[in-house]
Design a protein around this ligand. Structure first.
Ligand SMILES: *Cc1c(COP(=O)(O)O)cnc(C)c1O
Length: 217
């Protein structure tokens, strides 16, 4: 079943768009099933849930942390995590850099932006991110690669509303690309789109989709 779901989802994803299979709340056995079907990139939203899965599953899995991250939890994932999608403060960005340096590696990170109408969702506003860029010295960020932006659209039925939010994310990406990362080829990712809206997200310029329930239903 998982294998078939995965095939269906992959068929709708063009080359150049990366699929993160969101495995939260799924057992190690079920993740192994997706792995056996060829999937190598998985996303989890909680560190406590990610740790035992990392320990138990094959080591060539590329793990992405996609949920809100507390600074005191960075240390445990820094030795292996491939990308953190949910950087939402300067403090967190610098803690990831510090722990990556300790682990003698480099971690890809995305800046999460708040574009949804619900205020339960995390992320920078454009103004907050601007404030951060005004303050920080990029050359101090030796062990993180700022690779782009991430956002979640509102949980609504209106395709119009969701499309507008995705367009906003694309504009935010373009704004920061132009202002701070024009010469930096690493800043290229837009992580947006989940089970209910990834086709629309891809149309609007997503480069990474995070799909859970449609694969693991
Ligand atoms: C759970 C989750 C997803 C996947 O959601 P589905 O609707 O199950 O595809 C994507 N992104 C984040 C941040 C999540 O927490």
């Amino acid at each position: 079943m998982i294998q078939e779901n995965l095939k269906k989802v992959l068929k709708e994803i063009p080359a150049g768009v990366k699929l993160v299979a969101v495995s939260k709340m799924n057992t190690i056995e079920r993740i192994q099933e997706a792995y056996d079907a060829g999937q190598r990139v998985f996303g989890e939203n909680r560190v406590q849930e990610l740790m035992p899965k990392f320990e138990a599953l094959p080591k060539d899995i590329e793990w992405h942390l996609i949920g809100h991250l507390q600074t005191n939890k960075v240390k445990s994932i820094a030795p292996f995590v491939s990308m953190i999608h949910s950087i939402d403060s300067e403090k967190l960005l610098f803690e990831v850099n510090r722990q990556a340096r300790k682990a003698e590696r480099s971690i890809n990170v995305l800046l999460q932006f708040h574009v949804a109408q619900e205020d339960t969702k995390f992320g920078f506003t454009v103004e907050e991110a601007e404030e951060m860029f005004a303050q920080i010295k990029m050359s101090n960020l030796t062990n993180v690669v700022i690779s782009g932006v991430m956002a979640m659209a509102s949980n609504v039925d209106s395709q119009d509303q969701i499309r507008k939010e995705f367009q906003k994310v694309k504009e935010i990406f373009a704004h920061f690309k132009k202002k701070y990362f024009l010469e930096d080829e690493n800043f290229k990712e837009i992580s947006m789109g989940m089970s209910g809206d990834y086709q629309l997200a891809i149309k609007e310029g997503s480069t990474i989709v995070r799909v859970g329930s449609k694969i693991f239903k």
